[in-house]
Every structure is written in structure tokens, then in C-alpha cells.
Design a protein around this ligand. Structure first.
Ligand code: ASP
Length: 406
């Protein structure tokens, strides 16, 4: 049985067993099952910093010259911003049709304490590491990316045999990282089961029911965005059939769905798009780490749906101005969202604040956030892969030095 099927079966099994066990077994499941899931996540996390550092440097140096690097960088960021804004629009459209939250009783409980979202300029300042080693120790992804980008640019500028030595070291490091990730992936069926069981046991159908409309919106919105936007990007620009694209992404999608972490799924996504979708390593190593950090279409979609849901619950009619503001702040907030579970909920506070919607609405969403997170993380990583496929294809049409001289 192949690995994707094993992972999928363990997912189905966890739902069946979770519903069968019910809430009564939550203590037992938390004590004995959840830690095994955490161990699996930790194994994946263990690889994040080394894989980002090695593969990003290798990816940059493989581009060979600064011109190519600048060209790909601009294209990537343009794609990322466009798909993110479209995602929020789709969120509005779906929530506008389904009207989640209308007629729902307001919650008696207080809103959860939410960490204040950082100001935009602060996000930029924090991106520059004052001490790269400390950033690596704390697994701060954005500063590590910036550091790797500078080191990569430095290696390209030095050139010659000195640069070659460093390139070989990082290349070997990346190779070793991929091998280790492969080993870890063989434990995925067990990890996925142990991660999902507590979620099912805790949330069960009775808790999910009242908020089902939000979950349905999220599911429909994710499918529309994936089918329309990603199929279009991979099909028209990437010249790859959507079936091949989504089939190739199965493993990464299942891992994202269960771990709720784009950063955690990065190693698997990296492996998938190279081995199954044929994206060149230099493109994959540059685009995916960047995407896992700044491209969050699923989180953006969630911001659109949740802000409309909260507006409905509190009987607020959003004006077109407020909607535009949600698209703008939602896009920025999704860029600043860390690729870890639950990060989107914190950033939602920033959007609610910008359009002056009641913060208490967060309490409603918080209860089902883990389920929503599964959809948004899946979309987040699929978006990165679609853009990588598209850029890989456009780069094949760029004339090489050799073509130019011919
Ligand atoms: N969990 C999401 C991710 O890792 C981020 C979010 O919470 O929206 O991509």
C-alpha cells in the first residue's frame, strides 16, 4: 500500500474511532495518544531550520546570476499577492451566499485573550535578524529566510572555487535533509492518527453542529479556490493538468490537513513538487520556503469568511468600504501569519479591529478554529506549489545564455 493511502486510511480510522470513543475518553486520549502526535510533529519541525537554510541557499546559488534571481522573485511575489486577494474575495462570495451565523444566538462566554497583532512596520523590522544563530535557535522563519537570501547573494557575488566549496557543502546538507525527511514520512500514518484522534474526540459532532455553516463555507471556498485558481495557474501557466497537480500533491495535502502547519509541511511539500510534479530544485527551494512564510491563501479566505460570519452574528451590515479594508488588511495579515497552528486566529483580530467588528466574535471562531485551520493550511501549501509549478514553466521559456549567443 502506498504511503498516501496509508495516511488517508489512518485519517478515516481516527474519525471513526474518535466518534466511537466520544468525549468521555478525552483524558485518556490526551494522556496517551496526543503525545505521540506531538512527537511526530516535533520530528518534522526538527528539519525545518536545516532544510530552509540549506535549500534556500542552494536554490539561490543554483540560479547562477542576480538577474535571474530578481526576475523570479518579482514574479513570485506578484503571484502570491494576487492569489491571496482573490482568496478573500471568494471568502466573501461564499459567505455572502451561505450567510453563516445569521440567526445564531450570541455566546455567553467571554472572548479569548488574543495577543495584539504586530504593527506592519514591526513585522518588517523583525524580519532582519540581529543574530542569525538566535533566529535559528528560535526557529524564526522569516529572519532565517532573509539571512539565507543574503548568504546566497554573497556566494553568487564571490563566485569561483571559493564559492563552489560552500555551494557543495550546502548542497550536500540539503540532500541529507531530504533523506531524513523521507525517513520521518514513513511514520506519518501513525503520527496522523495520533494527531487527529484528540481533535475528533474533543469536538465530536455535537460541538461542530452549530458552527457547521462556517466549516461548510470554508470547505466550499477552499475547493472553489483550489479548483478555479490553482487549476488555472497550474493548467494555463504551468502547462500541467490539474489532475496531475492535485494527485502529486496528495501527501503534502494530507500532512497539511492534519498538522495545520505550513512550516511543518514545508519539507514534505518540497519533496512532493520535485519528485511528483517535476519542479526544478532551484525553483522549489526558493519559492516554497518563501511561500510557506508569506503566501497564505487559506488564511486569507478564512479572514473573509469569518469577518462576514461575525458581522452576521452581531447583526452588522458591512459596507463596501469595510469590505475593501478587509481585503487589504487580510492580505497583509496573512503575509504576517506564521505557518504554525492557530496563527490565523490571532491575525483575524487585526482584521476585526481594522473594520471595528466586535472582538467577542473571536470566541465563536476559536471553538472550531482547529477544523478551519485544517482547510486553510491545506490551501496555503497548495497555493505555494501551484505558483512554483507556474514559475517553473515560465522559466523554461526564458532564453538561456546559450540561446542568446546562438
Ligand atoms: N496554520 C496555518 C498555516 O500553518 C496558519 C493559520 O493559522 O492560518 O499555514
Amino acid at each position: 500500500m502506498n504511503l498516501s493511502l496509508q495516511i488517508f486510511l489512518s485519517l478515516v480510522l481516527s474519525v471513526i474511532i474518535g466518534l466511537f470513543l466520544g468525549e468521555g475518553s478525552i483524558e485518556f486520549v490526551k494522556l496517551w495518544v496526543a503525545p505521540i502526535g506531538t512527537m511526530f510533529i516535533n520530528l518534522i519541525k526538527m528539519m525545518i531550520v536545516p532544510v530552509i537554510l540549506c535549500s534556500l541557499i542552494v536554490g539561490m546559488t543554483a540560479m547562477g546570476d542576480m538577474k535571474k534571481l530578481g526576475r523570479i522573485g518579482m514574479k513570485t511575489v506578484a503571484f502570491y499577492l494576487f492569489t491571496t486577494a482573490v482568496a478573500i474575495g471568494i471568502g466573501f462570495a461564499v459567505a455572502g451566499l451561505i450567510h453563516p451565523g445569521i440567526g445564531m444566538a450570541l455566546p455567553g462566554e467571554a472572548a479569548p485573550k488574543v495577543k495584539e497583532a504586530p504593527a506592519l512596520m514591526q513585522v518588517f523590522v523583525a524580519m532582519i535578524p540581529t543574530n542569525p544563530v538566535m533566529s535559528m535557535a528560535k526557529a524564526e522563519i522569516l529572519p532565517i529566510i532573509i539571512f539565507a537570501l543574503f548568504i546566497g547573494a554573497g556566494i553568487i557575488s564571490v563566485g569561483g572555487t571559493k564559492a563552489k566549496l560552500l555551494i557543495n557543502i550546502f548542497d550536500a546538507g540539503a540532500e541529507v535533509c531530504y533523506k531524513v525527511i523521507n525517513m520521518i514520512m514513513h511514520l506519518a500514518p501513525i503520527g496522523v492518527f495520533c494527531l487527529l484522534l484528540p481533535v475528533v474526540v474533543q469536538n465530536g459532532p455535537s460541538v461542530l453542529l452549530p458552527l457547521l455553516s462556517v466549516i461548510i463555507c470554508m470547505a466550499i471556498g477552499s475547493i472553489i479556490h483550489a479548483v478555479c485558481v490553482y487549476s488555472a495557474i497550474s493548467g494555463t501557466i504551468g502547462h500541467m493538468s490539474p489532475i496531475k497537480f492535485f494527485r502529486g500533491m496528495t501527501e503534502a495535502i494530507l500532512i497539511a490537513f492534519t498538522t495545520c502547519s505550513s512550516a511543518g509541511t514545508l519539507p514534505v511539500n518540497m519533496k512532493n513538487i520535485q519528485e511528483k510534479l517535476g519542479v526544478k530544485r532551484d525553483i522549489a527551494s526558493f519559492i516554497l520556503p518563501l511561500g510557506a512564510t508569506i503566501n497564505m491563501d487559506g488564511t486569507a479566505l478564512y479572514m473573509g469568511i469569518c469577518s462576514l460570519f461575525i458581522a452576521n452574528v452581531y447583526g452588522v451590515a458591512l459596507t463596501p468600504d469595510q469590505m475593501i479594508l478587509i481585503v487589504l488588511t487580510g492580505t497583509l495579515a496573512s503575509i504576517g501569519t506564521a505557518g504554525v497552528p492557530g496563527a490565523g486566529l490571532i491575525m483575524l483580530a487585526m482584521v476585526l479591529q481594522a473594520v471595528q467588528l466586535p472582538m467577542e466574535g473571536l470566541a465563536l471562531v476559536a471553538g472550531i478554529d482547529r477544523v478551519l485551520d485544517m482547510f486553510r493550511t491545506t490551501l496555503n501549501i497548495t497555493g505555494d506549489a501551484a505558483v512554483a509549478v507556474a514559475i517553473d514553466a515560465t522559466e523554461k521559456t526564458v532564453p538561456t545564455e546559450l540561446d542568446i549567443h546562438e
